[in-house]
Design a binder for this molecule. Structure first.
Ligand SMILES: Cc1cc2nc3c(=O)[nH]c(=O)nc-3n(C[C@H](O)[C@H](O)[C@H](O)COP(=O)(O)O)c2cc1C
Length: 374
């Protein structure tokens, strides 16, 4: 088992920045006894420290079927030129990360940009075939302020907490395994008008190829049916969550929580509303928090069908990556989102290659959920 650590711009700076210093220390200490499973015996760490090294290997498909930890130093400006060079390349090479499993660390000198940089990178790498484990981001902000709570709770320094976060992520990437399920369940949540919605129409085109591969449960949110999270205190939310409840109750508690607990994959149908998720799905994600206090979702996959009238599917996808994968621990399977542009109601059938794309996307869902039986 090999973990490839990609840190563009690190050549000649070993030990020079906080991230270089801390990550080098963590990698030298891997694996700790008993930390890795049997299958990961003979574990080694390999570093790629320059963009040229990344380019030549990526173009010759040398980053397929790999376990990768990306490390990005974004400084005070949030601009890492090496990362943008990598994005430029990643967006041109189809399938460059096929079969690969990854996580990333983003280290900044301010309190901004870490998340924005991370989700943009994850979106593009995922479109090149990379799977990201649930909660794939370890971030560090100015003065490691974002580790202050974790450090206080555990009685360690913020730097120790940061080290532990990188180590824990590296091990989760190295150990990730996903056995296909027998008769898996896909839960689809939406609030589309099923008669005219382009998003629902595109999902129907996908769904017809999934027959026999998985059980599909659809839950429709009527407008106004779901109240957004009240923002209870942590302790109140925890108490409700431990009883599989939430302050407001209703369809989220009675229908969605049990369906979420029993599903293997979550499919969210997302029309682009003002370059964001619609209010009902946003409220659902916020209300998932109480259940998340009781149990995490590291073994479940996130999928999405996203339709925009003009543009912006990438922004909606990035919002899902942030909220559902990075925050709520769902796995991001390769090519997690099917995006399309359609303006007139019911016109998505005319979008370029849409039938072929829907079929291919369904094939990807089937491979993820049930292996190659599809
Ligand atoms: C409230 C609202 C806001 C919208 N905002 C955008 C937008 O910001 N960008 C865009 O490309 N399309 C936008 N659209 C258009 C939809 O994304 C478009 O109709 C698409 O077909 C998906 O919607 P549907 O599934 O309801 O048909 C908006 C539509 C509505 C109703």
């Amino acid at each position: 088992m090999k973990l490839t650590v990609v840190m563009p711009g690190a050549a000649g700076r070993e030990g020079g920045t906080r991230l270089c210093r801390i990550a080098s220390g963590v990698m030298e200490g891997l694996p700790l006894d008993g930390a890795l499973q049997e299958t990961a015996k003979g574990f080694t760490v390999e570093w790629v420290r320059d963009v040229e090294g990344f380019f030549s290997r990526f173009c010759s498909k040398g980053f397929q079927n790999a376990r990768i930890l990306f490390l990005f130093d974004i400084g005070a400006t949030g601009i890492c030129m090496e990362l943008y060079s990598m994005l430029w390349m990643i967006r041109q090479v189809e399938g460059g990360f096929d079969g690969s499993i990854a996580g990333l660390v983003v280290d900044g000198e301010g309190e901004l940009y870490t998340k924005a940089v991370a989700r943009e990178f994850v979106f593009s790498a995922n479109r090149s075939g990379c799977l990201f484990v649930g909660r794939p981001l370890a971030e560090a902000t100015k003065g490691l302020a974002n580790f202050s709570v974790a450090a206080r709770v555990r009685g360690i320094s913020p730097e120790e907490a940061y080290k532990e976060a990188i180590r824990e992520l590296a091990l989760r990437v190295a150990c990730f395994s996903a056995a296909p399920k027998r008769n898996p369940k896909l839960l689809c949540l939406h609030s589309c008008n099923t008669r005219v919605s382009n998003t629902y129409m595109l999902w129907s085109m996908v769904k017809k190829h999934l027959g026999g591969c998985c059980r599909i449960q659809e839950i429709f949110f009527r407008n106004g049916e779901i109240k957004d999270c009240l923002g209870c205190s942590y302790d109140t939310c925890l108490t409700y969550g431990q009883n599989t409840q939430c302050y407001y109750g209703g369809v989220i508690v009675d229908g969605v929580y049990p369906a979420l607990e029993s599903c293997d994959g979550l499919m969210l149908l997302c029309p682009n509303y003002n370059d964001a998720l619609g209010a009902n799905l946003t409220a659902f994600i916020n209300r998932m928090t109480a259940l998340y206090r009781k149990r995490q979702f590291y073994e479940k996959y996130l999928f999405s069908v996203i339709v925009s009238g003009y543009s912006g599917g990438d922004i909606v996808a990035a919002q899902l990556i942030d909220a559902v994968c990075m925050n709520k621990t769902f796995i991001l399977p390769p090519y997690f989102a099917l995006t399309a542009v359609a303006n007139e109601p019911g016109s998505v059938g005319k979008a370029e290659n849409v039938g072929q794309r829907a079929r291919k996307y369904a094939g990807g869902i089937a491979r993820v959920l049930c292996g190659d039986r599809f």
